[in-house]
Structure formats: C-alpha cells, structure tokens
Ligand binder design. Sequence first.
Ligand code: HEM
Length: 207
Amino acid sequence: MNDSKNFVNHIRPRFVPEGALRVLYTFCLGGVSFLAFIVLGVTGLLLMFHYQPGDNAFSSILTISSVIPYGGVIRNLHYWAGQLMVVTVNLHMLRVVWTHSYKPPKQLNWLVGVGLLIFVLFLDFTGYLLIGSQESGAAATVAVNILGLIRLIGSGLAQILFGEPSVLSGSTLVVYVWHCVALPMVAFLLQLYHFWRVRRDGGVRPL
Ligand code: HEM
C-alpha cells in the first residue's frame, strides 16, 4: 500500500484500539491544542481584513478593537486562544513525558512534537511583535540584538526573521508574513503528520 492511500486510511480508521479514547490518559491536551490552533486560524484570518503591518500597526489594532463590528471579540478570541495553546502544548508535552510516550516506537513523533513546540512559541512571539506597541518594539530589538551576537550569520538571520523593526514598534512586513502565512502553514502540515504518526506508532495507549 502506498503512503498516500495509507494517509487517507489513517484519517478515517476502521477501528480504534480499546483504551485509545481514555480521557484520563491524555486529558485531550493534544486535541485542545489543535482546537486552539483552528480558532487561531479563523480569528487570525478575520483580523487580517483590517490589520496593517508596519508603522500603522498599533492604530489599526485600536481600530479593530473599538471601531470594527465584533473586532474586539475577534481580537480577544485570537489572543486567548494563543495563550491557551501555549499552556496546553506544554502540558501535553508533560503528559507525554509522564506516560513515557517519548520512548520507541514513538521517538520520531516526540521530535516532531519538539518542532511543533518551537513553531508555537515562534508564532506566539511574532504575534506579540505585531501589536506594534513600544513593548513589542523593545522585544524585537532585544531579539535582533541577541541574534546579532552570532558571528557571521547573526545579522543576516535577524534580517530574515524580523526585517528591520524599530525600537517603537516590532511590526514589520517580514514578521507579518511569518506570523500569518509561513509559520501557520508549516505548523498545520506538521500537525497533520503528527496525528498520522500517532496512529502509525500504534495509537495512544500505554506502551
Ligand atoms: C501544535 C502542537 C501539538 C498538537 C496539536 C499535538 C497534538 C497531539 C494529539 C491530538 C495527540 C494524540 C493524543 C493526545 O491528545 O494527547 C498527540 C500525541 C503525541 N504528541 Fe503531540 N501535539 C502537539 C505538540 C507536541 C509536543 C510539543 C510534543 C513533545 C515534544 C508532542 C509529542 C507527542 C507524542 C510523543 C504523542 C504520542 C503520545 C502517545 O502515544 O501517548 N506533541 N499530539
């Protein structure tokens, strides 16, 4: 059976191993993380209709919060889903450690999870920069300066990751594209692979 057919079969399996749905084993922390990711995608798309990266970022956020109908609700949902995801992903990782699920045959999925954690944290950080406030400007400056300490590639890397943020606002077009397009797309594909691997490695149950 080739892998693409296999993938479809794993999305809609004919049977699920007994015990795989026990809530007290996983606390559904991975599932809640994915739910938060979907909420972030939908609310993020709605925010994109009115958000302006760059110098106007902060004022466009104020407009979203106070002028655009339901803008405040959408922004709050996006913010809190982001906070929730950071918390649940970390708790999910602790659960995996607690149940020793990082051991063979699940070691590759553990590494995929580490990749996901990095994506989630980078999404959280770039989201914070996009607020365009003085605090986000300070955070961007610190990040750019830390990267600048890496010899030879540091300043180039900072340019690729953040563009040229000012001390007064961390919002740049570069950060915007990372946050709204590149990172979510790759994170989504990685999550699909993560779920597929869960089943390929024998499903969620004590080893
Ligand atoms: C975007 C972030 C993530 C999402 C959406 C996600 C989602 C899931 C889901 C739905 C499961 C099935 C069982 C459950 O719900 O606990 C799972 C299992 C697993 N996850 Fe994650 N996960 C994420 C991040 C991570 C991280 C950060 C790690 C570890 C570094 C990790 C490692 C694992 C492992 C090893 C399993 C298999 C567990 C077992 O079979 O008991 N995941 N993940």
